[in-house]
Design a protein around this ligand. Structure first.
Ligand code: SF4
Ligand code: SF4
Length: 301
């Protein structure tokens, strides 16, 4: 007999596998406190995959949005636009849930769903203290769309209870967030770790934990390559091939030296090699796929 639940989850995973990986640094992520995690994510260092149940859960929030917008319209709030998008520094961007208008005042709409325990925390402490990433996301959109306030509206998934909060635009804060995004995009160097060790609260469930703390090798792709740089147009430039297609990895891949935990003895980009203390990447040494296997074996041994 068919296992209906498993089959549905599997379908979500199959559909996700066909979707393009998020290429930019998102407004919904930038409030993450660990800059290293953001840097790793932007550079696709880990093979991040969610199971079908999680993927289905992500959809739940999106499904709720049209109902909330309808409720807002019923009480006289005009929805000026839905899903307005922005892009900055070529690679930082996002699309908000909408812009509302009431009595001539325009404001950002940020619509969320929450489980009961999260909902209680939001009600008790407000968005800044209980959902910092949402607060940062709203400041980012208000800055990008030149708005002075935001309506934060949360629906409790179990009871359908609503919570709302008005958030004022804070220019100094928002500019600091854009500066943070710029730094993450442009920096070639891995930002510092946030946790004291891998069991730290922030690190415990991080998808990059193995790479960050235990020298598991990063994925071999154009964004982990020493020859690539993100450029203003929103694309990436490759020193070997020019403007590159993110999906096509070539045999000239060399790991960004900041991603390999070993001392560099010498390097020559023209001849395409980097000599580390106990192995060589490129040239007469190991290509990046072979180096990945070596480092992976070391991790498991
Ligand atoms: S494991 Fe911890 S320090 Fe490393 S990227 Fe993740 S959150 Fe940051
Ligand atoms: S050298 Fe090859 S792997 Fe590296 S960025 Fe260019 S195309 Fe991608």
């Amino acid at each position: 007999m068919i296992d209906i639940v498993e089959e549905i989850y599997k379908k979500y995973e199959e559909e996700e596998a066909l979707r393009e990986r998020r290429g930019h640094l998102g407004a919904s992520q930038i409030g993450e406190r660990c800059s290293r995690k953001l840097w790793y994510g932007f550079r696709n260092v880990a093979d991040e995959k969610f199971n079908g149940m999680m993927l289905k859960l992500f959809m739940r929030g999106h499904r709720e949005e049209p109902f909330i917008l309808e409720d807002l319209k019923k009480i006289g709030i005009k929805i000026k636009s839905e899903q307005k998008t922005f892009r900055e520094f070529g690679h930082f961007g996002g699309s908000c849930d909408g812009i509302g208008e009431f009595n001539g005042d325009e404001f950002l709409l940020e619509l969320k769903t929450s489980n009961t325990s999260g909902f209680k925390k939001i009600k008790k402490s407000g968005v800044y203290y209980s959902k910092y990433q949402h607060y940062v996301q709203m400041q980012t959109y208000m800055h990008a769309f030149n708005l002075s306030k935001a309506l934060y509206l949360v629906v409790c998934k179990e009871t359908d209870e609503l919570y709302t909060e008005w958030v004022e635009y804070d220019k100094v804060f928002a500019v600091s967030i854009f500066n943070k995004a710029k730094h993450i995009i442009e920096s070639d160097v891995v930002p510092p770790k946030i946790g004291l060790d891998e069991s730290s609260f922030e690190c415990r469930f991080c998808a990059h934990k193995k790479i960050c703390w235990n020298n598991y090798p990063p994925q071999v792709n154009c964004r982990t390559c020493l020859h690539s740089t993100p450029i203003e147009s929103g694309k990436w430039n490759c020193e070997v091939k020019g403007e590159m297609n993110d999906e096509i990895i070539c045999d000239k891949h060399l790991y960004n030296i900041n991603l390999i935990d070993s001392h560099v003895l010498s390097a020559n980009k023209q001849e395409n090699y980097v000599v580390y203390k106990d192995f060589q990447n490129g040239g007469d040494g190991l290509n990046s796929f072979e180096l990945f296997k070596l480092l992976e074996k070391r991790y498991y041994d």
